[in-house]
Design a protein around this ligand. Structure first.
Ligand code: ZN
Length: 312
């Protein structure tokens, strides 16, 4: 698959038609292709594949200003908003409640979601050598800034993840139908960056993620002027697990996002409606708090904390 024709040293804003509305108006995904003066790899950076996950939109916009054509080696394919229908509805999903990130690589003759995914995959993902898909936590949750990927299978991917300089590198199995899964199956290395909460622009998160993207592009040789900066502090987690509430009630969380915990540390307690503490939960293992609920009320089984696990 060929990238849209953009000459060296030029950039182009394109509208990729992915569907049509009921009134037969085109549904377009905005795509910016930036081709550096020097030859090099091609990389995509995608935001808002889940329509309520907005921090990535700000990251891609910052990237549009940050990248100087004369410094760039290779081609960047930048998509601030993949799921334009979800963003319009302030929803993670497409209007038919399908999760676009379960329909890659898509199918030109399939469901609306499969056709949408197919157009994005062929135009944005397939022409690239690698890419970064930007996400946040899902609704009523927050994530520490982290990079996820299936590193066991791909040493190059692990190297790029480490080079991001992000504080957490978390091994995550590929979920069938995700953009990352479909890209990796075609031999296109794909990292997922996670950070913050949905439906917000969190400037501190955006700044960290932007820096991570630029570090990866530098490590791939696309920004020769940018010095590789080893991270001050980076934790590699070979796995992670969700800790769930055992009793219903009002949640009193004792730890912060990003914090290291030791087995036995108190993580949260649950207070009943009479104001009495009912249940105190301790860390079953050492780890780092890489995600947590932002809703201060829980029922049994609700996920409370996502713990990144240490190497053993
Ligand atoms: Zn997401």
């Amino acid at each position: 698959v060929a990238l849209p024709e953009v000459a060296p040293g030029e950039r182009a804003d394109l509208r990729l038609k992915v569907s049509e509305t009921y009134t037969a108006a085109p549904v377009d995904v905005p795509v910016t292709v930036i081709r550096g003066v020097t030859a090099g790899p091609a990389a995509f950076v995608t935001g808002a594949l889940h329509g309520d996950e907005l921090n990535g939109v700000a990251v891609v916009h910052d990237l549009l200003y940050e990248v100087d054509l004369h410094d760039l080696a290779g081609t960047l394919v930048l998509v601030p908003v993949v799921n334009v229908l979800g963003v319009t509805a302030r929803s993670r999903y497409l209007p038919d409640r399908r999760d676009l990130n379960r329909h890659f690589p898509g199918n030109p003759n399939g469901s609306a979601a499969a056709r949408y995914a197919d157009a994005v995959f062929r135009t944005v993902v397939e022409p690239c050598d690698f890419g970064i898909d930007l996400h946040t936590a899902t609704v009523r949750r927050a994530n520490a800034v982290q990079v996820r990927g299936d590193f066991r299978a791909d040493a190059r991917l692990a190297r790029l993840a480490r080079a991001s300089g992000l504080p957490f590198v978390v091994q995550a199995r590929r979920r069938r139908g995700s953009l990352r899964w479909a890209a990796q199956r075609r031999g296109i290395a794909c990292l997922v960056f996670e950070g913050g909460e949905p439906l917000r622009f969190e400037r501190s998160v955006v700044a960290m993620v932007l820096d991570g993207v630029l570090n990866v592009l530098a490590a791939a040789g696309m920004l020769p002027g940018r010095a590789a900066r080893p991270p001050d502090h980076q934790v590699v987690c070979p796995g992670s697990r969700w800790l769930r509430a055992e009793v219903g009630g009002i949640l009193d969380t004792k730890v912060r996002l990003g914090q290291h915990v030791t087995a036995g540390d108190e993580l949260w307690s649950t207070i009943n409606v009479f104001g009495r503490e009912r249940n105190s939960v301790s860390a079953p293992t050492d780890g780092w708090v890489i995600g947590m609920t932002t809703l201060p009320m829980v029922q049994p089984g609700d996920p409370v904390l996502h713990l990144g696990l240490p190497a053993d």
